[in-house]
Every structure is written in structure tokens, then in C-alpha cells.
Design a protein around this ligand. Structure first.
Ligand SMILES: [Zn+2]
Ligand SMILES: [Zn+2]
Ligand SMILES: [Zn+2]
Ligand SMILES: [Zn+2]
Ligand SMILES: [Zn+2]
Length: 221
């Protein structure tokens, strides 16, 4: 008489050949069932697991170059996976040139009444210089006339308004001649009358200023 086979007895599911999923690649494992009596493999199913995907880390700054007065700089904002360290993104950010920081400037060429001057500025960061024109001052006229040439008894003089800074003159005006100033009558060349011949004398008037003879009258006695 034949005794029927007992049939296998399924054990618990066992996991075998597991490979971990990585950020980019899926893993897999086998679900295996053995007979608890004879240990024969009764079934084996391979299960695939999904890739985990990258995990973004914090933004890191790389390749930074400082901007200068005249040139912009740049830096990279980079994100790496915290698990596999792969570079996930890189963005280059440009920074603007800082521009010069000029000092308050110094007059390097003084302006005159008629000529522009020069003001020089220096960048406090890089030392570069630039210049700017300083407006001419214009004449600074005196309030009062200055006598350039005194008038005399007979000749006219000249006066004008002078610039306080330079030799320029304006409003040149003629000063009239003063005219002579008559002094007292003086007696000159007197000759005494004698018994027979009359005498004479001159009445002379001189200018008290220039001493010029203004009149001479001969009087007979
Ligand atoms: Zn068995
Ligand atoms: Zn990764
Ligand atoms: Zn500069
Ligand atoms: Zn002047
Ligand atoms: Zn005179």
C-alpha cells in the first residue's frame, strides 16, 4: 500500500540577496519560502525597490571672486546631495562692481580770475584719481577807484577800479587837470628911478604848485 507523500510545509518568508537602493538606482531583494521539513526552496520572488532620490543639502558658496571698484565679482551657489555628494545644481551669481569711494578732493591747481582750476579726487580703496574743473573765480573788484596817474596842473590823470587779485582794471576814468594855483604877486627886476630915468619892476605870479610863471607885468615908475 502506498503511503501518500506528506507535502511540503511552508516556512516563513525569508529575505535574501538584498541590495540597497541608492539615490539614483533601485535595489532588490528576494522573498524566499522554504519547506520547514526538507528545506527545499518552494518559491522565490524578486522584489524591486525604488531609487531613493537625492537629498538636497544646504547651499554652499564656491569660487567666490570679490568685486572691485571697477569690476564685478561672482560666486557659485552649489547644492550637493547629502547622501552621495553628487552636485545637484550650480548657479553662478554675479556681483556688481562696488564703484570708487572718492575722498573729498583737493585743489591741485588754484583757479584764477579768468582760468579754471583743477580739483583732484582719490579713491580711498584703490587709489585711482580723477579730476574735476573748478570754475574761474571772476574778478574781485575793489569798491573804490585807484588813482593810476595823478593829474597835475596842466595834465589829466587816470583812475580805475582794480581787481583785488590780479592786475585787471575796469572803468578807466580821466581825472581832469587841476589847473594852476596862483600865488602872491612877486616883484622882480626892479630898477630904481634916477633923477632923469624912470625905473621898472615886474609883477610876477607863479603857480604855488608847479612854480610855473603865470603872468608877468612890467610896471614903469
Ligand atoms: Zn519538504
Ligand atoms: Zn544622492
Ligand atoms: Zn577705487
Ligand atoms: Zn582779477
Ligand atoms: Zn601849476
Amino acid at each position: 500500500t502506498t503511503i501518500p507523500a506528506k507535502g511540503h510545509v511552508k516556512g516563513k518568508v525569508k529575505i535574501e540577496n538584498a541590495t540597497e537602493a541608492t539615490c539614483e538606482e533601485g535595489g532588490n531583494y528576494d522573498e524566499v519560502v522554504y519547506c520547514t521539513v526538507c528545506n527545499k526552496e518552494l518559491s522565490r520572488t524578486t522584489v524591486k525597490t525604488e531609487a531613493k532620490g537625492h537629498v538636497k543639502g544646504e547651499v554652499k558658496i564656491e569660487n567666490a571672486t570679490e568685486s572691485t571698484c571697477e569690476k564685478g565679482g561672482s560666486y557659485d551657489e552649489v547644492i550637493y546631495c547629502t547622501v552621495c555628494n553628487k552636485e545637484l545644481s550650480r548657479t553662478t551669481v554675479k556681483t556688481e562692481a562696488k564703484g570708487h569711494k572718492w575722498n573729498e578732493g583737493k585743489i591741485t591747481t588754484e583757479p584764477t580770475c579768468t582760468e579754471e582750476g583743477v580739483k583732484t579726487f582719490q579713491c580711498m580703496v584703490c587709489g585711482k584719481t580723477k579730476t574735476e574743473a573748478v570754475a574761474a573765480l571772476d574778478h574781485n573788484w575793489n569798491e573804490d577807484f585807484t588813482v593810476d596817474k595823478e593829474s597835475t596842473c596842466e595834465e589829466t590823470g587816470l583812475k580805475s577800479i582794480h581787481c583785488k587779485r590780479c592786475d585787471e582794471k575796469k572803468d578807466e576814468t580821466t581825472i581832469p587837470a587841476k589847473g594852476h594855483v596862483k600865488g602872491k604877486v612877486k616883484i622882480e627886476n626892479a630898477t630904481e628911478a634916477t633923477c632923469e630915468v624912470g625905473g621898472t619892476y615886474d609883477e610876477v605870479i607863479y603857480c604855488t604848485v608847479c612854480n610855473k610863471e603865470l603872468s608877468r607885468t612890467t610896471v614903469k615908475t
